[in-house]
Design a protein around this ligand. Sequence first.
Ligand code: NAD
Length: 265
Amino acid sequence: MNLQLQDKRVLVTGSTSGIGKNIAEKYLTEGAIVYINGRNEARCREVANELTDLTGAEGRALAAAADLSDSEQSDALLADLEAQGSIDILINNTGIFEVKPFVEITDEEWTRYFNVNILSAVRLSRALLPAMLERNYGRIVNISSECAVKPLGQMVHYSVTKTALLSLSRALAELTKGKNVTVNSVLPGPTWTEGVENYFQTLSEEEGKPIDELTRNYFADHEPSSLLQRFVDAVEVAEATVYLTSNRAMNGQGLRVEGGIIRAL
Ligand code: NAD
């Protein structure tokens, strides 16, 4: 199937590892020009080179470093990108998560979660959506989570931000009526990435159990409704995300890539 993504300019935030890196790789294999974002310039270049070697997409993976929780760095990145051409597809993937008891989450931490997980997406969407509407082509995807609709007691702050992303996506989609511009969200389930490895490291320290024991029993103990009964592969999230941006009729929705954990119609 031709996804018609050849030469599209794509910004994937938080793409130096995990789900974002896999999304970036998929776009490169579809012939797109992809901006690799993370906080560290050298790491962004390294990943851009690595993905070029993997996909043979010479000159099409470009470093775009910025800490997107910082509005000044976000603005500077947008100015840099604008000078190079318009962004057709924005994937707001940057996100942080960690297990923490609700009573220990301070105002500062709530603010940090809002900044990284929501405001990073708000700032970039606010800057890029008007030009997408003007050109009558654009795609925005916010990477939410299954916990947006099945909030987790051990990650209240994270769950709240992911629910907010669903609302942001739908509200922005309302602004696209009649245009070839879509705004959607993707809800991955537990997906094995560096971020999740860190999550299990914390859990392992808290519960005094080795990581392999925790992961072996994770789905039986914590996610019995999962039909997949294993971690989602980051490639599976990436393929669903890229497909979502190839189809104009899919707009204002949340695509669940969570192995059937959410037992709802
Ligand atoms: P990860 O920790 O492996 O990767 C996160 C990426 O974001 C990294 O490239 C990191 O450098 C970048 N990043 C972090 N803070 C940043 C900032 N302030 N500015 C710019 N870049 C920043 O995470 P992941 O597991 O691949 O998760 C990616 C997204 O998917 C997140 O939004 C996460 O909430 C969501 N998600 C993950 C899972 C999962 O199980 N892994 C499940 C549901 C949703």
